[in-house]
Design a protein around this ligand. Structure first.
Ligand SMILES: Cc1cc2nc3c(=O)[nH]c(=O)nc-3n(C[C@H](O)[C@H](O)[C@H](O)COP(=O)(O)O)c2cc1C
Length: 202
């Protein structure tokens, strides 16, 4: 089949994007509002950008009615955030934290997710996350406007917490020990279980 993205309605385009660009890593993003209220939500339009300077990105779409999500409102008020990575045992809590709560209601409390203070930024981090990146806002790039338009957030990585239990004998993260999940289309996810290696060509 052929899909003409120049004429597809946005909802359809979204369904095809999330159904085809898979598996996607998940940024579980913690922010705070100006009044100190905490917020936590997952975003799978997420990736690293560059090591110089250390930068990552994730994309926050507007709601179907055009409203902006709490994560982007908070980042604009307090330009700091933590990107927590999501291992299999935290999958249910991660999913629960994606529910739309009234602005100012905390997913940490509502979903019973244990948090710990961060070192360099004000938003909390997820205590059980094997990796957490403390970030300062670099910039927000807006793509489109209105419903489903994107606010692409670029974050400068200041500090990373990496659980020692996830390290291999070479001192680097072992993907099997990290056991991260990734998002597929619809409601499905995948787990880092089937791992193979290909030596890099010289
Ligand atoms: C696994 C997963 C991945 C998601 N990825 C995105 C995404 O990339 N962009 C987005 O705008 N929403 C994404 N969502 C939906 C948001 O998490 C959801 O809208 C959330 O309520 C936003 O919270 P906030 O209003 O506190 O920012 C995702 C949800 C799940 C469960």
């Amino acid at each position: 089949m052929l899909l003409d993205f120049t004429t597809l309605p946005a909802r359809e385009a979204y369904a095809w994007l999330i159904g085809t660009i898979t598996p996607r890593p998940i940024a579980w993003v913690s922010t705070i509002a100006a009044d100190g209220k905490t917020n936590l939500a997952p975003f799978s339009f997420f990736n690293g950008v560059t090591a110089r300077p250390p930068t990552l990105m994730f994309s926050v779409a507007n709601h179907h009615d055009g409203r902006r999500k709490d994560t982007i409102r908070n980042i604009e008020a307090v330009p700091e955030f933590v990107v927590n990575l999501v291992p299999f045992p935290l999958a249910e809590q991660m999913s629960a934290s994606s529910a739309s709560l009234p602005h100012g209601e905390s997913e940490f409390e509502k979903c019973g997710i244990a948090s710990v203070p961060s070192e360099r930024v004000r938003p909390l981090r997820v205590a059980a996350a094997p990796v957490a990146f403390e970030c300062a806002l670099d910039r927000v790039v807006t793509i489109g406007d209105g419903p489903l338009a994107a606010n692409v957030v670029f974050g400068r990585i200041l500090l990373a917490h990496v659980s020692d239990a996830t390290l291999g004998s070479d001192g680097r993260p072992d993907p099997a020990k990290l056991d991260l999940i990734a998002r597929l289309g619809g409601d499905s996810y995948t787990r880092t279980r089937e791992i193979f290696s290909i030596p890099r060509p010289g």
